[in-house]
Design a protein around this ligand. Structure first.
Ligand SMILES: Cc1cc2nc3c(=O)[nH]c(=O)nc-3n(C[C@H](O)[C@H](O)[C@H](O)COP(=O)(O)OP(=O)(O)OC[C@H]3O[C@@H](n4cnc5c(N)ncnc54)[C@H](O)[C@@H]3O)c2cc1C
Length: 268
């Protein structure tokens, strides 16, 4: 993170360029009931995966044919067959939770276009004071001194305007008794001058099928670079977290120094 003060102006802006992705939640298996179910129906099943999401997805798939303990013996083989045959609904049973920070409002605008299989909770600009927010600078601007100057100057003006508007509007709403409501009313209008670059934080819950689709579309070379960074980071986490559901993806560097994601099993 860097701090910048532009000419003739006093306040600083905090600039960031790298997103942060935290894997904060995963599923657990209720072994007592799983074992009871298997025993009730006279089956034995000992999956070799230790990843709850993978085991639950496999259980969903095996339930379709009551094939617990039969057929493909390893979880890797089972999941490879699911992916290669396009039986994607099974992968919806595997769910993870992430917190993503250090990203711009442009990023989250693109992210939340992914609807199926995703849940979101995002930092509220109505409730939270953005006077000390950070700003996400695209690499291409950061690497060009002239572009960087134009960008920092513009961001600075926006931030100053936000702070001034918030103050003026708090006075405008001085009759409103509740301090919290007064601030909310002021901030919800003042935020209209904040740029797309404003940093935000978002809590994301997604199933494996939705994550795979997101990674494919947003790890693609046609995707915008910030969202591609996040897609690649999520893939790196998921390849370690759940190798059997994400093993087919490859990350390849391209000429411009960025990376893209490819798979032989798209849109499962
Ligand atoms: C490189 C790139 C450029 C883009 N440019 C633009 C742009 O200029 N303007 C713009 O508006 N958007 C743009 N988008 C966003 C894009 O149009 C999608 O909205 C976004 O990628 C979400 O993908 P999805 O529609 O597959 O939705 P997801 O929610 O990820 O859905 C996954 C899949 O579920 C199915 N599905 C989901 N919802 C429905 C539904 N309601 N009915 C039927 N099937 C459904 C579809 O098969 C869909 O592919 C761009 C995306 C990319 C990757």
């Amino acid at each position: 993170m860097t701090k910048e003060t532009t000419n003739n102006q006093s306040s600083q802006i905090d600039i960031i360029q790298q997103p942060r992705v935290y894997l904060v939640g995963r599923q657990t298996i209720e072994h007592r009931d799983m074992d009871k179910f298997l025993a009730d129906y006279g089956m034995e099943w000992n999956p070799d995966s230790t990843v709850a999401g993978e085991i639950l997805a496999e259980a969903g798939g095996r339930l379709c044919y009551m094939s617990f303990g039969k057929g493909r013996s390893t979880s890797a083989e089972y999941m490879e067959n699911i992916l290669s045959s396009g039986h994607g609904s099974v992968t919806e049973h595997a769910i993870w939770n992430f917190i993503i920070t250090g990203v711009s409002r442009s990023f989250t605008h693109e992210l939340i276009r992914h609807r199926a299989g995703f849940g979101y909770s995002q930092l509220s600009q109505r409730y939270v004071n953005e006077s000390n927010t950070q700003f996400v600078e695209p690499d291409v601007i950061a690497n060009n001194p002239k572009a960087h100057d134009i960008w920092t100057s513009s961001i600075k003006h926006s931030l100053d305007a936000y702070k001034e508007l918030a103050q003026v509007l708090r006075e405008e709403y001085s009759e409103v008794e509740s301090r919290t409501l007064r601030r909310k009313l002021a901030r919800q209008a003042a935020r209209s001058v904040l740029p797309n670059a404003t940093e935000t934080k978002i809590f994301v819950t997604a199933n494996a099928r939705a994550l795979r689709h997101f990674i494919e579309l947003r790890g693609n070379e046609h995707a915008e670079i910030e969202i591609r960074k996040v897609a690649t980071e999520i893939l790196t986490i998921m390849k370690s977290e759940s190798p059997n559901l994400f093993a087919d993806y490859e990350v390849t560097p391209i000429d411009d120094g960025t990376e893209i994601v490819t798979t032989e099993y798209p849109k499962v």
